[in-house]
Design a protein around this ligand. Structure first.
Ligand code: MN
Ligand code: FE
Length: 435
């Protein structure tokens, strides 16, 4: 691995690099440059050293460096980038890069993705593009048959309705906030570019909910009315959006207090909401999928979850770059404020989990779900160098990582037909299979 891959300038979190390096030594690299946590097909797990249980596949993904070479030629600078060549005036290029900032940078109407400063954002953009999927071609025939039969118990039907109802509102909140709060305030072109791709993906997620509602003939008004009576949902949404109106007005981001408000919103949307508050419901729906129930919905949620992991990574990257450029943000008080914000997010999420799952069901216990909330929250905090809040060390749903991981290796356009046949066949992962 080259030095450049691990350089913080490339956006790779140096705190995570040792994990990555350890894994490099232990695991083979796939053709796509990703690392396998689970033994690759035909490969025997090596014994001796074991990964810690809480080492997530997400952390093991190697940063694929965007192929970007820069060479000076007379008064020009030549960039070779993704197999294409760009010739830029050296002086202008220098001025552009000097003016690139996460916030408060040079604003220009010209296309100024080049020269690239935030490489990791461009890499995430490419990853998002590679994961493109379309909801309305996902076959819902089996789901309709199951939905109209007596194969689902009342609890399982409730989980599907909860999934549709909660995410219908939540995807909208995220899309709107990323557009008006995050993207609007960013000034570097490649960051705006990646952010706009995220917004497009939130629209795809909303479209997937429409596909579900339309296919199953769910009465949207009835489902919406049910949610209005659930305080945990209302509280969760109000908590995330309470600071948004002010940020949407366009505040002066040269002031530290305002920069902190922006940083907190970025943290709230991508690390608390997408990174922590989405996962338990995803797990409930995917556990139905694992039992071969509602596999079309399961398929869509797998793709959505895969997208979310990029949104979380992008948010974390923008936040770390913002802090690097504006160290005045990162005071001890502000760090505790973020931790407290996450603590409140966890409490609300646990209330929500208990509303979704008043008793042990879908083959899993309530405690596992509550632990899963803590586990995800701690990962988000740790990835930003913030202290953990719980003592939960192990991921209670290792099987879910496997599902997410497998999907990451698949291309929607190449595999969607066969996946209809294989969905639901993902086996439980024996912890001993991990090395
Ligand atoms: Mn989404
Ligand atoms: Fe998202």
């Amino acid at each position: 691995m080259s030095e450049a891959t691990l350089s913080p300038k490339r956006g790779w979190d140096s705190e995570r690099a040792p994990v990555l390096l350890t894994c490099r030594l232990l695991f083979p690299k796939s053709e796509s440059g990703r690392l396998f946590c689970f033994p690759a097909p035909g490969m025997k797990p090596r014994r001796g050293r074991r990964l810690k249980e809480n080492t997530m596949i997400e952390l093991l993904e190697a940063p694929t460096v965007v192929d970007f070479v820069e060479k000076e030629e007379g008064r020009h600078v030549v960039y070779t980038f993704q197999g294409r060549t760009f010739r830029l005036d050296k002086e202008k290029a220098r001025a552009r890069i000097a003016g690139k900032r996460v916030i408060n940078g040079l604003k220009s109407a010209e296309l100024n993705v080049l020269p690239l400063k935030y490489h990791e954002a461009y890499r995430i953009y490419k990853q998002m593009k590679a994961n493109h999927w379309e909801p309305d071609v996902i076959d819902m025939t089996k789901d309709c048959a199951t939905w109209n039969s007596n194969k689902l118990n009342a609890r399982e039907r409730w989980i599907i309705e909860m999934g549709v109802g909660y995410f219908s509102a939540a995807e909208g909140i995220v899309g709107d906030s990323v557009l008006h709060v995050i993207e609007d305030n960013l000034t570097a072109a490649e960051l705006k570019h990646a952010s706009l791709r995220q917004i497009a993906e939130e629209s795809i997620h909303m479209d997937s909910l429409l596909h579900i509602i339309g296919s199953l003939n769910i009465d949207l008004d009835e489902v919406t009315a049910k949610f209005q009576d659930i305080p945990s949902i209302q509280k969760k949404n109000a908590y995330i959006t309470r600071h948004m109106p002010e940020l949407k007005m366009g505040i002066d981001l040269t002031q530290t207090a305002n920069k902190q408000k922006f940083a907190k919103a970025l943290f709230g949307i991508t690390q608390v909401m997408e990174g922590t508050q989405f996962y338990a419901l995803f797990a409930m729906i995917l556990s139905l999928h694992r039992q071969n129930k509602m596999t079309g919905i399961g398929q869509m949620f797998q793709y959505t979850l895969r997208d979310e992991s990029n949104h979380i990574a992008l948010g974390r990257y923008i936040l770390t770059q913002l802090i690097e450029e504006n160290p005045d943000i990162w005071t001890p008080e502000f760090r505790s404020e973020l931790v407290e914000f996450m603590r409140e997010g966890i409490e609300l999420e646990k209330e929500f989990v208990l509303d979704c799952l008043p008793e042990d069901s879908v083959g899993m216990t309530q405690k596992d779900f509550l632990d899963y909330v803590d586990y995800n929250a701690d990962r988000r905090l740790e990835s930003l160098g913030l202290p953990r809040l719980s003592t939960v060390k192990a991921n209670p749903f290792l099987w879910l990582d496997e599902v997410i991981f497998l999907k990451k290796e698949k291309n929607f356009f190449e595999t969607r037909v066969t996946e209809y046949q294989t969905s639901g066949s993902v086996k439980n992962t024996n912890e001993d299979d991990l090395i």
